[in-house]
Design a protein around this ligand. Sequence first.
Ligand code: CA
Length: 223
Amino acid sequence: MRVLLVEDDDALRDTLLQALRQAGYGVDHVADGRAADSALATGTYDLAVLDLGLPRLDGIEVLRRARARQDRTPVLVLSARDGIDERVLGLRAGADDYLTKPFALRELEARVDALIRRAAGGLTRLSYGPLELDLTNRAVTIEGKPLDLTVREIAILEALIKRVGKVVVKTRLAQQIGDWAGEVGTNTIEVYIHRLRKKLKPYDLSVRTIHGLGYMLETCGEN
Ligand code: CA
């Protein structure tokens, strides 16, 4: 999955770049509107994250030009605080979603994931046995009832459900819950797995340890 990141604020661009890369996306980044326009015109992206206030060519104009070329790349617009007019303009120019600065990185990631999924055909739910994960709201239910999980526990569960029947390596899980503030150690993963096990046990679900490799989601008694 390739994302084009367009942001002229160096610090913010670096932060977003790191977050998107850690979320598993391949990212190209540019810092002005003209570079964005030519990147979109020549490259193929699964998503563009587009700041509106840009040097050389306004973000709105970048978007208008892309849509005029029949470029359907999903676009997530970043707008300034209280920039209601800006957001409306952005949506009218063909943006698919927007985020108002400042925003939490987790929200950016959730919206990026949602837009890419929507473009890919609208997979919004994952399920395994009695377990259901709503990817849009990042909520988990089991036997139809809400299961109280933290954001990180949900991220780990998502990785496990996506690979049911296969081993998910520890480093993959560390990437899944890692954030720009720093690396997540494998000991931390063990803590989250332990908590998940406790919450899933009453429903006969378990997370099996495959020694030296990683983890696998399964129903109890499967082995
Ligand atoms: Ca800007």
